[in-house]
Design a protein. Structure first.
Length: 427
């Protein structure tokens, strides 16, 4: 009975039930889509105020703008380094396994119309448009649209102004701290329906995209899932060990969030919970408030694995030769285009189309080949994105010496020794 009451078990059971329904009754499974979409909408409703309160309260309480800039710089360095490694890792794997070899697809035979909406959206994802989009039309439009980078932008501005308000701003800081607790309580209420959302989303995925796609593009799916697992356990596992923590214990700590993300294929559904759990893990509130929302736009490790794998797969499937120089160019373009994946419907797929269009080597129409299994690939890529942002937050917190070492090692440490982690600095 105690196991049944735990959220991770309820989500796991609901996910399995969704898989069974989608497999046995595809039509009925596809009809469950509103359940998953409604849960995602509930979470998106609360993301902006949670991010605003966490960022503002954390930075305003810190009273050190130099430290805020230092944390942001360290986070950006981490993001760029790990996403570059992910792209190289995926390129090496897809060239070694060659899942698209022998398919001999003629790009002219593909229906480009089915991906026209995605390629049109990709044309609007230039670097200039991405940078200009960070600034909202008004202070409140950032919250109305729910764009994370815009919310983060106005939150940081508000926090800096509040931190320079002296004693007059102290009541506002305290009020925002109390509001943060209220919003996190709302998140707890929403999590009660997480199993229902997981059931609906997974039933829809399997019912709509399951069996046929698995048969025709099974090699790509197997290769991509293997790449994601290897990256998590080899790359992230090695980094975690170097930081004195266990990747297995970290995955167990966020198991509920991973199950929800795998079912809904939306990493946004667990953003508020991740911020709360990482603070409970011992990471300072300002670090969590800066790294997690920014990482959701700039630290998309799983998306980078997907971009490199899918792009080279499409070249192999259409017999498009790629030299090492062209693959390096592809890598560099993907490193930039992946930053625009946040806040876009079908984000990773849109970015894939944009990357191919920018490079101009692989036929853009070939992205229609992976449209049918994109949602199945999203199960893996969104899960890796979540793990990557947890790793980034812990890594930057340790780098900044802003983590409660005892609490961290009690939860996910390799050993009970607390002296292997830098102590939290005195405020």
């Amino acid at each position: 009975m105690r196991l049944i009451r735990q959220l991770w078990f309820q989500v796991f059971a609901a996910t399995l039930a969704g898989v069974v329904l989608g497999w046995v009754r595809p039509g009925l499974g596809a009809a469950m889509q509103p359940l998953g979409d409604s849960f995602v909408s509930l979470i998106r409703m609360i993301v902006a105020p949670v991010v605003f309160c966490t960022v503002v309260h954390g930075i305003a309480s810190m009273n050190d703008m130099r430290r805020t800039g230092r944390v942001a710089l360290k986070a950006l360095i981490w993001f760029e380094a790990i996403t570059f490694v992910a792209l190289v890792f995926a390129l090496a794997a897809v060239n070694l396994v060659r899942p698209g070899a022998g398919m001999n697809i003629d790009p002219a035979s593909l229906d480009a119309g089915v991906v026209r909406s995605y390629t049109a959206a990709a044309q609007n994802q230039s670097a200039t448009d991405f940078l200009l989009h960070i600034v909202p039309n008004s202070f409140f439009s950032a919250f109305v649209q729910g764009d994370l980078l815009q919310v983060l932008f106005v939150s940081v501005l508000f926090a800096i102004a509040l931190s320079h308000s002296g004693k007059a701003g102290k009541p506002v800081v305290d009020l925002i701290g109390q509001l943060s607790k209220i919003f996190f309580r709302i998140v707890g209420y929403i999590m009660w329906v997480a199993p229902l959302g997981a059931f609906g989303a997974m039933a829809f995925t399997v019912g709509r995209f399951g069996a046929g796609s698995l048969v025709t593009l099974g090699r790509l799916l197997i290769e991509f899932y293997a790449v994601c697992l290897l990256f998590v356990f080899v790359m992230f596992g090695g980094i975690a060990r170097a930081m004195g923590i266990s990747i297995l214990r970290l995955l167990n700590y966020i198991r509920e969030e991973l199950l929800i993300v795998a079912a809904t294929t939306s990493s946004e559904t667990v953003l508020p919970r991740l911020m709360q759990k990482l603070q409970e893990l011992g990471c300072d509130e300002p670090v969590v408030g800066l790294v997690i929302p920014t990482g959701y736009s700039l630290n998309l490790v799983g998306t980078c694995l997907y971009l490199a794998t899918a792009a080279v797969f499409l070249a192999q499937a259409t017999n498009t030769p790629l030299s090492y120089g062209q693959e390096i160019t592809l890598l560099l373009v993907a490193l930039l285009t992946s930053k625009g994946a946040a806040g876009v419907a079908g984000a990773a797929f849109v970015v894939l189309a944009g990357t191919l269009a920018s490079v101009g080597t692989v036929p853009v129409a070939s992205v229609a080949l992976v449209l049918g299994i994109h949602r199945l690939m999203s199960v893996a890529l969104t899960s890796v994105n979540v793990v990557g942002n947890c790793m980034a937050t812990i890594g930057v917190a340790k780098w900044e010496r802003a983590v409660d070492s005892t609490r961290l090692h009690e939860q996910i440490g390799l050993s009970p020794r607390a002296d292997v982690v830098a102590p939290r600095p005195a405020e």
